[in-house]
Ligand binder design. Structure first.
Ligand SMILES: Nc1ncnc2c1ncn2[C@@H]1O[C@H](COP(=O)(O)OP(=O)(O)OP(=O)(O)O)[C@@H](O)[C@H]1O
Ligand SMILES: [Mg+2]
Length: 441
């Protein structure tokens, strides 16, 4: 951002180019000279980091045609035209077409310096504003994909905004389909690296040899990921699949980086039960470096009412896409959705929502049947996950109280009322389940 801006000097007369350039360099500017407008256009495009100083009278494309071309690609580019004696009408025309100013030959060096200062200052403002706007919009776009307002979700949003500003490597873990990849992208998009590369690479999708060259090179074409993401973010998915030799190389790379983190690494781990965690499959020194910062995504079944919010939002989106009505979720269906185990988490919920919409369009079937028939073996809606009935009932009871407390913002009286519980029973149950009123206020 703070790189020095350039002044492009475009003039067909070599002496003129050189003397202008020398003067500006002496005044502390960076210059680049071009013998024709055509040459300059090969280099100057939108967002060009500098300003343009061009003669009006040139063989081939003249200064006015050049100005028109520049304005059509970047109308905020400051262009100063150099006019000969008696070119005033042309200069007026140039101003009308968007030139910032013009200078008459022979020029006054001080006026040239002050014009160059004014123009580079204006350019700096434009470029900074554009970068800022891009940061915001990309970051906002990704953030807006994150649906849900449960406390977990709100904390996640805050974490993303905080950690997005930081430079340390991040480890994201959580079950499949909980939003790890989306969150990694959000971390990149809300931070100062937003305009740099974000490159996801899955460690499980390549064999060792292919992964080595993908990460470290050499590659047949393009840059290896660790170079491509210098100043940006490398997202290493399925980090637990990284072989020992590659772990060693990655560790050496991290230790060799000059600044704490030229390439920021976001490692993603699919926590599939014990023994598959990053902590268990990575050498401790690498794990320690990668997990400087950590985000753990909760499984969908622990997100309480977010399940319903997500389901409603998703069915609305699909209904719009398919041009039909979204299915109504009644109390019983809501309870089914809330207590389903959701082993595939948000991805599974999106699938179920889409099928619920299609089913609704046909006018057949129930949401419950979708939950039952969803996918393979362990994905049954009302499974007790092998838990004894008592435990299962208790976890449902806890979720109900938790949800109701949340909805009533900790008003004990309202919760007693809704659940038809005497105060003492409610207090006992809350104590039993470790629920605290102060968490809901
Ligand atoms: N909070 C959220 N709100 C809405 N949609 C979400 C949310 N989190 C994730 N999603 C969506 O859920 C789907 C799965 O998310 P994502 O691919 O990021 O999960 P993952 O944890 O990386 O999965 P995997 O372990 O399979 O790589 C995506 O379509 C994503 O856009
Ligand atoms: Mg993923």
């Amino acid at each position: 951002m703070s790189r020095k801006l350039k002044i492009a000097i475009v003039d067909d007369e070599p002496d003129m180019r050189e003397s202008i350039s020398q003067w500006l360099v002496l005044s502390g500017f960076d210059t680049e000279t071009f013998a024709s407008a055509e040459d300059a256009l090969k280099v100057i495009g939108p967002d060009w980091p500098g300003i343009v100083l061009s003669d009006i009278r040139m063989p081939g494309m003249d200064g006015i045609a050049f100005l028109k071309r520049l304005m059509s690609t970047d109308s905020a580019l400051p262009v100063i035209l150099i006019t000969g004696h008696g070119d005033v009408p042309m200069a007026v025309e140039a101003m009308r077409l968007g030139a910032m100013d013009f200078m008459e030959k022979p020029f006054n060096p001080d006026k040239m310096t002050s014009l160059a200062k004014k123009a580079t200052h204006a350019r700096r403002m434009t470029l900074d504003n554009r970068a800022l706007r891009r940061d915001l919009s990309e970051g906002q776009q990704v953030m807006s994909k994150l649906i849900g307002s449960s406390p977990v979700m709100e904390r996640l949003r805050e974490d993303i905004l905080d950690l997005g500003q930081a430079d340390g490597h991040v480890l994201i873990d959580g079950e499949t389909g909980t939003g790890k990849t989306l969150v990694a992208h959000a971390l990149h998009a809300v931070g100062p690296r937003a305009n740099r590369k974000f490159v996801p690479v899955s460690c499980a999708a390549y064999n060792d040899e292919a992964l080595t060259s993908r990460l470290f090179g050499p590659m047949d074409d393009g840059l290896p990921a660790l170079e491509e993401t210098r100043g940006g973010t490398l997202c290493l998915e399925d980090i637990e699949a990284l072989s020992e030799p590659l772990q060693a190389r990655l560790l050496a790379f991290i230790n060799d980086q000059a600044s704490p983190s030229e390439t920021r690494i976001i490692a993603i781990s699919n926590a599939r039960g014990e023994g598959r965690k990053a902590e268990d499959s990575l050498r401790p020194d690498l794990f320690y470096r990668l997990s400087a910062l950590n985000i753990t995504l909760p499984p969908l079944r622990a997100r309480g009412e977010d399940i319903l919010t997500l389901f409603n939002r998703m069915t609305e989106q699909f209904a719009e896409e398919y041009g039909c009505d979204a299915p109504q979720v009644g109390a019983q269906e809501a309870a089914q959705l809330l207590q389903a185990p959701w082993p595939g988490n948000i991805r599974q919920l999106i699938n179920v929502a889409e099928r619920a919409v299609l089913q609704n369009r046909r006018g057949t079937g129930s949401i419950v049947s979708l939950l039952m028939s969803d996918g393979d073996d362990n994905q049954q809606a009302t499974t007790t996950e092998g838990k004894p009935l008592k435990e299962y009932v208790e976890s449902f009871e806890r979720m109900l109280i938790d949800n109701t407390m949340r909805r009533h913002r900790g008003s004990i009286a309202s919760v007693m009322d809704e659940l038809c519980l005497p105060r003492r029973t409610l207090n006992e149950k809350m104590a039993k389940y470790g629920l605290q009123r102060s968490d809901y206020l």
